[in-house]
Design a protein around this ligand. Structure first.
Ligand SMILES: [Zn+2]
Length: 94
């Protein structure tokens, strides 16, 4: 589905379905932000309740974890948004 990291191929290599008409726009990023907030905030609260990690380390650990998780989630979430548009015949999939 993807020609590059977040650039979709113009068509599916298996069935030829055109992918140019999708309109995922910023929605995958909003979903990733929502997911990361719900993953990281409870984790930060629980880790801080259980351990006494110095603030300097936390200033490195949490943003790094957020960046890694965002990079790991953005492509599958964008694929999911495009798949949902395809399944509902939305955007350019009419
Ligand atoms: Zn296909």
């Amino acid at each position: 589905m993807f020609a590059r990291f977040l650039k979709t191929a113009s068509a599916c290599p298996h069935c030829g379905q055109s992918l140019d008409g999708h309109q995922a726009d910023d929605f995958p990023a909003y979903i990733v932000i929502l997911l990361l907030g719900h993953i990281l905030l409870p984790l930060m609260i629980e880790v801080n309740a259980a351990f006494a990690i110095p603030m300097g380390w936390q200033a490195v650990i949490w943003p790094t974890l957020a960046i890694l998780l965002a990079a790991a989630l953005i492509q599958p979430v964008k694929g999911g948004v495009i798949a949902f548009q395809w399944s509902r015949r939305m955007a350019g999939f009419r």
